[in-house]
Design a protein around this ligand. Structure first.
Ligand SMILES: Nc1ncnc2c1ncn2[C@@H]1O[C@H](COP(=O)(O)OP(=O)(O)O)[C@@H](O)[C@H]1O
Ligand SMILES: [Mg+2]
Length: 268
């Protein structure tokens, strides 16, 4: 379903939001993103707020649950890496969350981009802050129960499982992580492994992508065999989505994961 607009909300709901934010001077709807129904930056006299939300009358139960989970989790996520939640509003069928609007643009993961260092420094921080996991979440081994042996991905880190560049906001040298609707607990290296696939998709060779993350402690502790299984499982996952859903990013991600998987099989 295409993204909805701020102006689609009823005047009543917009007035309830304004009670929290103060007078709204401008509302800018964002085009990027995937699951949330509304993503709008509100400018008020007191600053800017990022509003995301779902229309609970039409959204999938999974999307609604994801938004609730993201809001509940916010308090335990590190405040210097994840925008703070200010308020939750339920009105006229909508569930809306108001977050601190952080500056930044989507990370550029192409070879040579300075964003890569910034993202990795941030991911090291995040991993440190979220080990052991400060809250419960679905075990990654359960999410991938039919894809990978549970012991290969077991761990006690709270992990972000969707490190698309659109969920990485880079401002100068600082990276923020947004979009915590599908967190898991699992091995600390899992986000690095997802990032490798994104790096390959952005033009790195598998070798260069592995070199980029090689200094990370969590990565160094990963079992090479588990990484090889992970690469093959991720390729299989995205090929499956390409066949069944067919969004434009599925096949490029499947191919990136294929090339990582082949590289690991050849060098292993
Ligand atoms: N706190 C925030 N401040 C500024 N921009 C944000 C913030 N959170 C998300 N965004 C932007 O909004 C987009 C959509 O939000 P996101 O939480 O990723 O939802 P979804 O991917 O479901 O659309 C992000 O890709 C990012 O560009
Ligand atoms: Mg997103």
């Amino acid at each position: 379903m295409p993204r909805r607009q701020w102006s689609d909300l009823t005047p009543h709901t917009r007035a309830i939001v304004a009670r929290e934010t103060g007078d709204i001077i401008e509302a800018e709807d964002l085009a990027a993103g995937s699951v949330t129904d509304i993503a709008t930056v509100l400018t008020t006299a007191h600053g800017q707020i990022f509003v995301k939300g779902v229309d609970t009358r039409t959204a999938s139960p999974r999307a609604v649950r994801g938004h609730c989970r993201e809001a509940t989790l916010n308090a335990v996520l590190p405040a210097d890496r994840v925008p703070r939640l200010y308020w939750t509003i339920e009105s006229d069928g909508w569930l809306l969350h108001g977050y601190d609007r952080v500056p930044g643009r989507h990370a550029d993961l192409r070879p040579g981009s300075p964003d890569i260092t910034s993202v990795l420094v941030a991911l090291d921080d995040l991993t440190h802050a979220l080990t052991p996991a400060p809250a419960e979440a679905l075990a990654f081994s359960r999410r991938w129960a039919d894809r990978i042996a549970p012991e290969a991905v077991a761990g006690d880190t709270l992990i972000h499982t969707d490190l698309t560049p659109r969920n990485l906001l880079v401002h100068r040298e600082h990276t923020w992580f947004v979009d915590w609707t599908e967190p898991c607990t699992g091995a600390a290296w899992i986000p690095y492994a997802f990032l490798i696939i994104r790096l390959i998709r952005s033009g790195h060779t598998p070798e260069a992508a592995e070199r980029a993350v090689a200094r990370a402690e969590a990565w160094q502790r990963a079992s090479p065999a588990a990484l090889t299984l992970f690469a093959a499982a991720a390729a299989d996952l995205w090929h499956g989505w390409h066949r069944t859903i067919g969004a434009s990013h599925h096949l490029p991600l499947a191919r990136a994961a294929d090339s990582w998987s082949e590289y690991r099989a050849d060098s292993g």
